[in-house]
Design a protein around this ligand. Sequence first.
Ligand code: SF4
Ligand code: SF4
Length: 578
Amino acid sequence: MGKKVVLSGNESIARGALESGITLATGYPGTPSTEILEYIAAKAGRDVHAEWAVNEKVALETAVGASYSGVRALCCMKHVGVNVAADPLVTLAYTGVRGGLVLVAADDPGMHSSQNEQDSRFYAKFAKIPLLEPSDAGEARDMVRDAFILSEKTGLPVMLRTLTRVSHTSEPVEFSPVKKQKKPKLDVNRREWVMVPAYARVRHKILNQKQGKLIKYSEESGYNNVVKGGGELGVIASGVCFSYAMEFHQGDYSVLKIGSYPLGEKLLKNFLEGKKEILVLEEGEPFVEDQVRCLHPNVKGKRTGDIPLEGELTPEIVSLALGRKQVINQGSGIKLPQRPPVMCPGCPHRGSFYALKQNQPLIVTGDIGCYTLGVQKPLEALDTCLCMGASIGKAAGMSHSGAESVAAVIGESTFLHSGITSLMSAAYNQANILVLILDNSSVAMTGQQPTPATGVNIRGERTKKISIEEVCRSCGVDSVDVINPYRVGEMKELIGKRLGQDGVRVIVARAPCVMLGGVFGGDRYVVGDCNACRKCLELGCPAISFDEKEHRAAISHLCIGCGVCAQICPFDAIKKTK
Ligand code: SF4
Ligand code: SF4
């Protein structure tokens, strides 16, 4: 018996990869997947290369390189990251892999921290590769180990789809020994690896020929199994929904647990036989449901409105769909205040947004990161947000459509992820835009992971530091300024000056994320002789409130002493204190 340790789903995935003898682990931070790679970097020895890639496409390509070299590689990303990695992924199914390659796609139904709730199972189907989907943390570890074996057996990358409630819930996991790493061996085969049409046509055929075997694996897989029960209802459940279905199981229905795809008809038909009614429980799209619908006349699920099409499924939703009266979570009855996400007190982005807004650009295209919170009141400083790196392209498109005074706002990590090419394109095509790069020396949204601009790697060691300014100049931008966003007056003046100029102008607003600690040395600010003008409230700092009874502004203990409010108070009423 190995030792048992309580692990989250993400840690369990990481443990499964380590036990499988991986040589390389890569990915890009993104909720709910981030902790997988962090666990590996913290626990693995130096024989495992762990890295944050600049984006998911690079991460997958790096994993492919390791796999072609004959060793095992893990690649982790959130669901929208798979969009970025889709280009290599789809053709990788043609070339195939050598060392096992497992791609973890962490879906975020309910969009706790994402811009959409796309279902990664479609990518596996689209690329014609196997997919495993755990229902809890313990199974996640087992599945990762089997995914590596399956990957090598089929010569295909295997996708592991997790869901927020699997990634972030914990349970005891029994450790198994760590397998020996495979020895690297580069056996070059151009007909397999060079996807020119003549070779790709052959590889496509080979991929199609593998599909029958993939279905057979799923049919025989222990991850698709039946929990027998009486009655005429059959429940088909995948992911965390299987756990919910079992929570209410009183023997009056059978459950087909789905954990391995592609699904074969034989498996489904065997289960459907004799059942009067089928309920399909799955998070994401009606992926399984649509397949079942072709085989049974009475299927309840997302298509019938018995299960919501959007958002996470909860035990309550499942309970009601099963016709149970019992709703397990009645709550405490205490009405809690709403706590929408806000930028932290002292966040350097606040000064940038305030200064930008004072200059009243026609439109501000935004991007993905903490700073997307700048859309909220009272700042309301962003007008668009689409996907990673889109701010610059959109701004350029608006400029070419005749708009003047267009600004794009992008964090430095997002810029390095997928903003560089759009900046180059904007400069090359002579757009008239101001690009504000908010450089807070981290991927702050996902937990302050380092970026190439920090000169620190995933293990906290010094490495090559990438200069944002030099990258911008190399992209053809002649006007590049660097400024401290806490100097609000200077920031406002610079933005005003650059906004009125032609061409692509970049301002790098550089100050570390306050969550990195030690930024302001313990000073705080207090309100003295307040004139009640409410100007300081325009910053939206959570430390500042207005006391209606006293008719004056107040600063709470949340203040971390950034001093921005003191700079904008027209009556000099806010003072520094110890
Ligand atoms: S900006 Fe100054 S004077 Fe106005 S409410 Fe705030 S503290 Fe009072
Ligand atoms: S100094 Fe002002 S703006 Fe900065 S954290 Fe304190 S209250 Fe907020």
